[in-house]
Design a protein around this ligand. Structure first.
Ligand SMILES: [Zn+2]
Length: 266
């Protein structure tokens, strides 16, 4: 099953349930800043409509996954990067951890070998659009072009059609969700933004992250800029250290991004 396959690949590092709390909601301060709340079909703060509201299909956006596994998902945006992505892949392989790479088509076309290697290593390749644009500024045709061009390239490189779309900046509204969904992709946002792109010391990034981790969290990291390899190593080694305190490395097998079944979208 394609959805399940994608979810199995949205993998992960495990953590201790009791030590990390049971919060299933994203931290409000960590929510993507550009999400259009008015476009959220679940919002209750909308003004009363004069006319009967246009039916809106409720399509879940993924901020985190509800899972019984003690695991979080590592996601890397804006790649592939010729310097950092291979280092990240080396580290993931060394620690036997998988992640999801949301690649830009405009970068992937220059570094197709890195995308192939990412997928061959058991990582999921997600769609980040062809160029790094604010998707809510685009019309449906432009949106579709951004998603489709990237998806076509990813498919050509990996023989696997992406099933996840992360809009740049987390900039999403109902139109973005519907267009992505019509193209077979679920919008995946994040639970916790490491803000690694602001270049704090790797140690600070890792320590902040460890304080926030909870099962099912989707962690946002980036390929480009800064010493990504160093940051990822600190994160993975920190998690490995916790393994000695009953942490374990597991895959989020069985997580279903569609929200059906035992593991649901939060
Ligand atoms: Zn991005």
């Amino acid at each position: 099953m394609r959805g399940l396959r994608a979810c199995v690949a949205l993998i992960t590092v495990a953590l201790l349930l009791g030590a990390c709390g049971n919060s299933a909601r994203p931290e409000s301060a960590d929510q993507p800043p550009a999400v259009s709340r008015n476009a959220d079909p679940t919002s209750t703060s909308r003004p009363a409509a004069r006319h009967p509201p246009k039916p809106i299909s409720v399509i879940p956006k993924l901020y985190a996954v509800r899972t019984e596994a003690r695991a979080v998902a590592l996601t890397f945006d804006d790649g592939p990067d010729p310097r950092n992505t291979p280092q990240i892949l080396d580290l993931l392989a060394r620690y036997q951890v998988h992640a999801t790479f949301f690649v830009l088509g405009s970068a992937a076309k220059h570094y197709p070998g890195i995308v192939r290697r990412s997928a061959a290593g058991g990582n999921e390749i997600g769609n980040h659009g062809w160029t790094h644009l604010h998707m809510t500024n685009l019309n449906e045709e432009q949106l579709s072009d951004q998603i489709t061009r990237d998806a076509n390239l990813i498919t050509r490189l990996t023989s696997q059609r992406p099933t996840s779309f992360r809009p740049p900046y987390g900039d999403v509204n109902q139109t973005v969700v519907e267009v992505a969904n019509a193209l077979g992709e679920t919008v995946v946002l994040w639970t916790y933004d490491t803000h690694d792109w602001t270049s704090p010391p790797s140690r600070v990034i890792a320590q902040r992250l460890f304080r926030k981790l909870h099962p099912g969290a989707v962690i946002l990291l980036h390929n480009g800029g800064g010493r990504r390899g160093h940051t990822v190593r600190m994160i993975l080694e920190g998690l490995i250290a916790r393994k000695r305190l009953s942490f374990a490395t597991l895959a989020l097998e069985g997580v279903d991004l569609s929200g059906q079944g035992r593991h649901e979208v939060i």
